[in-house]
Design a protein around this ligand. Structure first.
Ligand SMILES: *Cc1c(COP(=O)(O)O)cnc(C)c1O
Length: 388
């Protein structure tokens, strides 16, 4: 296969004797053995085969084969949610005494993991600013084990130069872990720059239709072996049903993500200069502070546009309440356009200062641009802004 899109469509678990075209759902907790000897051999890993769906399942294996292919990774493990993938991966790889260097602008629950949960087990962290490369190197200590980043970040849309970070991690012999949820493998492959592990909330663009939760970790096989051991014995496995849904969704991932990006760019271009807005942030707008970097490392600008409404929280609330079509919800990456007010919802657990440091102003509204016809999205957003 010359093209990753073909792989996302054609890679498929082995057909059963029924010769089905679409892969069946293997909704089974365990698998049977021909005899006691086969059971022994499969448990001893002398013979390949399914054992129990907390370990693996044909639907999960198919999803992982496609994700490894799309992310150019050696191996993977699937989790019940994106947070399961982040917690399970870091939990497997970190020891008491280790230090994590992360970008300051992180998904809200990932921030909780680093600041409140891992410290219970003696894992410390430091945050560096995306826009300040010297700061990163100065925060590395002998205890630093891994670098954890999001690019673009949620919801600040801050980018980190993956080529530069790949060199930094090489120089200091650290693991580089990238949450690639916002970009998806359609827009960038962190493994091209030396990332050791790529994490996904499959709940977002990979499902793309707002139905199921899922998390994916793909990367170097020695790391995945440690993650697999940790996850198999702690139980955050993905359901076979969710894996079946997500694997089907990958067949349309590129088509959907390209259309999300096309709609997002048109919306951002139309809204730039709107008198009700302080600012429109979108990586592929020339006015975006990191436009050059966005063009260098992302194939398209992504499906998220953020709007800074003039007049702070009250104006942002009026804008959201004036929308007639867009949904008010915490999810993103859905076919339907969704607006979120991060300061009062997804990032409300952060302090005022923490929010300010990551660009989450009281007037900031995150728009996950959907696949409705762009004329309808633009007219909904502009009428809501006119009435702010
Ligand atoms: C949503 C999200 C997560 C968490 O994923 P869940 O599937 O909701 O657990 C992690 N990282 C980013 C960037 C996200 O947007």
């Amino acid at each position: 296969m010359n093209d990753s899109n073909t792989g996302a469509i054609r890679l498929q678990t082995q057909r059963s004797h029924y010769r089905e075209h679409s892969v069946p759902l293997y909704l089974t907790s365990s698998f049977v053995f021909e005899d006691a000897e086969q059971a022994r051999a499969v448990f001893a890993e002398e013979e390949a085969g399914q054992v129990y769906s907390r370990y693996a399942n044909p639907n999960i294996d198919e999803l992982l084969e496609k994700m490894c292919y799309l992310e150019k990774a050696e191996d993977g493990f699937a989790f019940a949610s994106g947070m399961g993938a982040i917690f399970g991966s870091l939990g497997a790889l970190l020891q008491s005494g280790d230090h994590v260097l992360a970008c300051r602008s992180l998904f809200g629950s990932t921030h909780q993991l680093l600041t409140n949960i891992f410290p219970k087990w003696g894992v410390s962290y430091s945050y560096a600013d995306a826009g300040n490369p010297e700061e990163w190197e100065s925060l590395i200590t002998p205890a630093t084990k891994l670098i954890l980043i999001e690019t673009p970040s949620n919801p600040g849309l801050e980018l980190i130069d993956l080529e530069w970070l790949g060199e930094l991690k090489q120089k200091h012999n650290l693991l580089l872990v990238v949450d690639n949820c916002f970009a998806t493998p359609v827009l960038q492959n962190p493994t091209d720059f030396g990332a050791d592990l790529v994490l996904h909330s499959a709940t977002k663009y990979i499902d793309g239709q707002g139905r199921v939760l899922g998390g994916i970790a793909v990367g170097k096989s020695d790391l995945i072996a440690q993650i697999r051991y940790f996850a198999r014995h702690t139980g955050p496995a993905m359901s076979p049903f969710n894996a079946w849904v997500l694997s089907k969704s990958l067949e349309t991932l590129r088509l959907r993500v390209e259309k999300h990006c096309e709609n997002a760019l048109k919306l951002a271009e139309t809204l730039e200069g709107n008198p009700a807005l302080e600012k429109v942030n979108y990586p592929f707008l020339p006015s975006f502070p990191q436009y050059e970097l966005a063009k260098k490392q992302m194939r398209l600008g992504g499906g998220i546009v953020t709007l800074e409404v003039k007049g702070g929280y009250d104006a942002a609330k009026r804008f959201i309440d004036n929308l007639q079509m867009a949904s008010i919800s915490a999810n993103l990456g859905d076919t339907r356009t969704i607006v979120t007010h991060p300061a009062s919802t997804t990032h409300s657990k952060l302090s005022e200062q923490e929010r300010a440091a990551t660009g989450i102003t009281p007037g900031l509204v995150r728009v996950s641009v959907g696949l409705e016809s762009i004329a309808d999205i633009i007219s909904d957003v502009t009428q809501a802004l006119e009435r702010v």
